[in-house]
Design a protein around this ligand. Structure first.
Ligand SMILES: *Cc1c(COP(=O)(O)O)cnc(C)c1O
Length: 446
């Protein structure tokens, strides 16, 4: 076993820019890429990565970036965590694949046990594993349809659920996810959710509006499920008003509509709890998980009430790679690291340090309209001064400035006017403070 621990990276945890960004080697690599990879596969910052550890990405030109993207909320416990690396290495040497639905193995069962134990609710649960978040969402919808015998899928404004045919239909933004690639999937109905900064509604009022839309547009008699992100990811880290989620779920329960929480981005220690649902006292019927649960290895799943999950015929769920043993070994190590290094508390530390810094920036720069989020899932929404009109130019300006100065930041929001922060929960206070000083200088330059 490796002796490297999560909290002691050996790479110098420092920002260091030694070339123009992207550097000459990355630029040459990007030219090679363009010959063989279509532009539909994006690149937020085309620096090509050579190695990564903790909160630092090192590119092939030798630049060190402080990572506020974590591969979109995946390496939540830090890059190349020692325990994850050791677990993956051990597993690769015993076996890499059998297909769980052909000849099973313990790792899958152990991940299922951990997810049953760490997700909200003490009721009987089942877990099925797949490869990606979109696949998890697809399966959750299939399971809800089979259980209820109904077809309708309720989704919210600003939602993001993936890039398969069904999930691209479920996304709020048509462009770029579905433009020209239809027909989209039938049976998807959209309602406004809760967005306190813009709608000013209480949780109860916003829930009443959501329910009114679904009752009018489809009706409980045809609605199989409502799926929500407890904290919206791509939509801009929108935290719903208190009581919103539980009020929507109450209506679902009364009407035999399965309530699904998509915790693909907000789950797995990201927000200072195992799953963001806990912040709202929510116990979803089904939950989708992915991103952070594999520590960087591809793994996703659906966790849900046994009586719902058990309704699908044998063979109706699964896939060749679902619950790959190497990914499962990584996931078990992630759960172990969260427990042994008290990483939920670390996410809360990040929330305090980074959140306070962002609120300081808000006091200084009136284009910061809103600071929001939980744990290591924080965002600022940029507006035109004195209004709530989106200011996407400020966001792209700041992201470009940050990149030139060794900070990797991502945008979010339906109007691209949200700057999101998805650091590893292990990011040190020193790196957070350094990043805040870069941002401050970036704002001053705008
Ligand atoms: C990223 C994401 C997905 C899709 O996951 P993939 O692994 O990219 O397919 C689904 N839902 C949410 C909330 C996400 O953030």
């Amino acid at each position: 076993m490796s002796t490297i621990s999560a909290s002691t990276p050996t790479t110098l945890q420092e920002r260091k820019v030694v070339t123009a960004i992207p550097g000459p080697k990355s630029q040459a690599m990007h030219e090679r890429r363009k010959q063989v990879v279509p532009p539909g596969v994006g690149a937020a910052l085309p620096v090509y990565i050579d190695s990564a550890e903790g909160s630092i990405l090192i590119d092939i030109d030798g630049n060190h970036f402080i990572d506020f993207a974590t591969g979109i909320g995946v390496t939540t416990i830090g890059h190349t965590n020692g325990a994850v690396a050791a677990a993956v290495t051990d597993q690769v040497h015993s076996f890499t694949h059998t297909c769980f639905t052909v000849t099973p193995y313990e790792g899958y069962v152990r991940v299922a046990e951990l997810l049953v134990a760490r997700t909200p609710g003490k009721h009987a649960k089942r877990v099925m594993l797949v490869n990606s978040g979109a696949e998890a969402v697809e399966n959750a919808v299939k399971i809800a349809r089979k259980h209820t015998g109904k077809f309708g899928v309720g989704v919210l404004d600003h939602a993001y659920h993936g890039r398969t045919n069904l999930t691209m239909t479920m996304n709020f933004k048509n462009a770029p996810y579905a433009t020209g690639m239809g027909p989209t999937a039938p049976g998807v109905f959209r309602a406004p959710g809760s967005y306190p900064f813009h709608d000013g509604l209480s949780g109860a009022e916003a829930a009443e509006r959501t329910i009114w839309y679904f009752e009018k547009m489809v009706g409980a008699q045809d609605l199989a499920c409502i799926i929500v992100e407890p904290i919206q990811g791509e939509g801009g880290f929108v935290v719903p008003a208190d009581g919103y989620l539980t009020a929507v779920q109450e209506w679902c329960t009364k009407n035999n509509v399965v309530f699904i929480a998509d915790e693909v981005q907000s789950g797995m220690a990201r927000t200072g709890t195992y799953f963001a649902s806990e912040h709202f006292g929510l116990v979803p019927d089904l939950m989708t998980v992915a991103k952070g649960i594999g520590g960087g290895m591809p793994l996703a799943g659906v966790v849900g009430r046994a009586e719902i999950m058990d309704d699908v015929l044998a063979g109706g769920l699964g896939g060749t790679f679902g619950g790959n043993p190497v990914s499962c070994a990584a996931s078990i190590a992630v759960f172990d690291e969260v427990e042994s290094h008290k990483l939920l508390a670390e996410a809360q530390r990040v929330e305090t340090r980074l959140g306070n810094g962002l609120r300081e920036l808000q006091k200084k720069y009136p284009i910061v309209g809103d600071v929001r989020g939980k744990g290591a899932m924080l965002a600022i929404e940029l507006v035109e001064t004195g209004t709530k009109k989106p200011n996407p130019a400020a966001v792209s300006g700041l992201i470009a400035y940050a990149a030139q100065n060794g900070l990797l930041l991502l945008s979010a929001g339906s109007s691209y006017n949200v700057l999101r922060f998805l650091p590893a929960v292990t990011m040190s206070d020193a790196l957070i403070d350094d990043a805040l000083s870069v941002l401050d200088a970036g704002f001053a330059q705008l």
